[in-house]
Design a protein around this ligand. Structure first.
Ligand code: T4K
Length: 373
């Protein structure tokens, strides 16, 4: 351990960006003055507007978190039956289907992007299929054109789990403008955070109106409830924090970009380590830094994970285990390993390295050094 004992604080896979506390006080003062704490208050409305402008989208509905936003997105489009999705994601993706009584049908991923493989989708479509739920894993865009072509051919809806894709642009602007709906997460571990939070991006005012009803118990006015809605509202305190955070996005993005570039440069010569990403997007958000630990690396992925941990560096094996390994999914026919060879291999090789604005240069060098030695 020797030289690395000098690390005096644990280095996590991520750490939320927190603007100076004194910058938040005026927002709190305003909440204290007007006493509007929630239910589409002034900060909530301002943040929806500001995010539409920042992200380059037409309509956006804020939510209490990304998972409730996913559950509501499926309700908003009245999705039933079977939905094609990926096993290589955070469990919330598939859980949102189960919470709606929908059967997930798992399809394998592309070996380069680790996103849902469009070439495998058609074989999984049945008369009960109503939608596709792909994930822009690590903020790397899916093959949106190929997915849309299939959806059009079979009259399926597309709901993107865009939890990782804040600010990501593809060849034709924001990646969030693709599919029928895109769902964001603003959890503390995300590029842009509101402590907890999320949003649904939708293409038209009518859909946003329905989503807004659904996230507020289905209430249309004091005496009218139009649907069995849920409570998915973001509070004023979270929205205020989001507005402040947005002011700091340029600094956040720049620092993440630098860290990403340093990893790529210094790990490029390390045999057996493959850095993912760096290609599919016109504007990347560098939300994660996943590497694949190959058979030609001297240690297994788990041994490397452990080695870093012993030196206070807590990488994460996102996404291991696969969603299909969990008990509520593993008995589905589509969850069988022989149906998912690429996802199964990726889950055994992936390690996400620390990336966040406050990561110090010497800390990153230590991570790289431990991997390279
Ligand atoms: N879809 C996808 C594809 C997602 O990745 C997610 C969430 C969702 C949907 C659902 O969105 P939300 O409902 O969460 O809005 C984390 C997050 O809880 C989760 O939001 C995220 N994906 C997932 C990939 O990661 P854990 O259990 O790995 O987080 P945790 O608590 O171990 O945090 C990781 C590290 O971050 C910690 O070791 C230290 C650091 N950390 C974390 C928190 C919460 C901090 O420094 N401060 C903090 O407050 O799930």
């Amino acid at each position: 351990m020797g030289a690395y004992m000098s690390i005096d604080r644990p280095i996590y896979v991520t750490q939320p960006y927190l603007p100076p506390l004194d910058e938040f006080i005026p927002y709190l003062q305003q909440i204290w003055d007007n006493k509007i704490l929630t239910n589409a208050g002034p900060f909530h409305q301002q943040l929806e507007q500001a995010l539409c402008e920042y992200l380059g989208v037409e309509h956006l509905a804020l939510f209490t978190n990304g998972t409730i936003a996913l559950v509501t997105a499926l309700q908003a489009l009245r999705i039933t039956g079977e939905v094609i999705t990926t096993p290589y994601s955070f469990v919330a993706t598939a859980h949102s289907l189960l919470w709606n009584g929908i059967k997930p049908v798992f399809v394998d991923i592309d070996p380069n992007t680790l996103n849902l493989n469009p070439a495998k989708i058609e074989a999984a479509i049945t008369p009960n299929t109503t939608a596709i739920m792909p994930v822009h894993v690590y903020g790397h865009p899916c093959d949106i054109d190929a997915i849309q072509k299939i959806a059009d051919r079979y009259n399926l809806k597309v709901i993107y789990d865009a939890a990782h894709a804040f600010g990501v642009e593809c060849h034709c602007g924001s990646v969030l403008n693709h599919g029928d709906l895109s769902v964001l997460s603003f959890h503390a571990t995300k590029v842009f955070n509101t402590f907890e939070g999320g949003a649904i991006v939708c293409p038209d005012a009518k859909t946003k109106q329905r989503i807004d009803y659904l996230k507020n118990f289905g209430i249309a006015d004091e005496v009218t409830v139009i649907a069995p809605g849920i409570n998915g509202k973001m509070s004023e305190i979270n929205a205020a924090f989001g507005l402040l955070q947005l002011k700091h996005m340029a600094v956040i993005s720049e620092r993440r970009k630098e860290i990403d570039a340093t990893y790529r440069k210094l790990l490029s010569g390390v045999k057996g380590i493959r850095c993912l990403g760096d290609g599919g997007e016109a504007v990347a958000n560098h939300s994660y830094f996943p590497v694949l630990v190959g058979a030609d690396y001297p240690l297994s992925r788990d041994a490397l994970y452990q080695r870093l941990k012993e030196h206070g560096i807590h990488g994460r094996r996102y996404f291991y285990p696969l969603i299909t390994d969990f008990s509520m999914y593993r008995d589905l026919p589509s969850a069988q390993k022989n149906n998912l060879p690429v996802a199964t291999a990726a889950a055994d090789q992936v390690l996400c390295l620390p990336i966040y604005p406050a990561l110090q240069e010497h800390e990153q060098i230590k991570v790289i050094d431990l991997i390279s030695r």
